[in-house]
Design a protein around this ligand. Structure first.
Ligand code: SF4
Length: 252
């Protein structure tokens, strides 16, 4: 029997990225600084097929400045979990204006899902994995449908689970690029100063990594920058990012 017809816009026709593609990317861009690499990718084969994903957190301005310097029309995806700090939303608007971003795309959780599974809005307090799935992962999945590749601002120094972060990964069939994978905190500070970029207002108050308000606490001296995320839980990632290739530590 013939398969039932499917709507054309639900059929995934993205080209599949392969391990060979990753190896070729790594070889092509080894030793190429992040800004130059982004310039080549955004104006070359990935033009019109790629988005930047940003949480507008503590160091997001660096990656966004690099992207906007090449092409301010590159889509920038922001997932508003509706649990964000007010300071983050204000910083998002300030940065978007300052950098001239023309295509900021804000995605939110499906209100029907929230009504059914998080009616009290407190799911984060007893099931943070489920909360992240409905408030971050699913909206991002929707946001990325039109794209073959995306750019993430993760850095290897942020946590033990990110130490082996490569610059190129395959994630759910898409190419994921981590231009700042090998950047240090000092590199970021230098970039902030060189381009006179504004800081997230909570950074100076002891928050080097900033997510949703209920799941972000201050970090003590000597701790990993992400130690304040989901403090008290055996959880270090929101589920958006799978474990880095070469890492044997789980991402969740
Ligand atoms: S970080 Fe916390 S509040 Fe935000 S989506 Fe995840 S569990 Fe929910």
């Amino acid at each position: 029997m013939a398969e039932p017809a499917r709507r054309l816009d639900t059929i995934d026709v993205r080209p599949a990225w392969t391990a060979d593609d990753l190896a070729a990317m790594e070889a092509s861009y080894t030793g190429v600084p992040a800004p130059a690499m982004l310039a080549l990718l955004l104006t070359g084969e990935l033009k019109g097929r790629i988005a930047a994903v940003s949480s507008f957190g503590a160091e997001s301005a660096v990656l966004l400045h690099m992207v906007a310097s090449v092409d301010p029309d590159v889509p920038v995806v922001f997932t508003n979990t509706q649990k964000m700090f007010g300071e983050t939303l204000a910083y998002r608007d300030e940065l978007a204006e300052r950098l001239g971003l023309t295509d900021l795309r804000v995605y939110r959780p499906d209100p029907r899902v929230l009504r059914l599974r998080d009616g009290t809005g407190l799911r984060w307090s007893y099931d943070p994995d489920g909360c992240c799935e409905q408030r971050k992962v699913e909206p991002l999945r929707r946001a990325l449908v039109p794209f073959d590749a995306w750019i993430s601002g993760r850095k290897g120094f942020q946590a033990g689970t990110r130490r082996a972060l490569p610059r190129f990964e395959i994630d759910d069939g898409r190419l994921k690029i981590n231009p700042l994978a090998d950047w240090s905190k000092g590199d970021l500070d230098t970039y902030f100063a060189a381009h006179d970029l504004p800081r997230h207002p909570l950074e100076a108050q002891g928050y080097p990594s900033i997510g949703c308000a209920p799941c972000t606490s201050k970090v003590r001296p000597g701790e990993d920058p992400r130690a304040g995320r989901w403090r008290g839980w055996d959880k270090v990632e929101c589920g958006i990012h799978q474990p880095a290739v070469g890492t044997d530590e789980p991402a969740f």
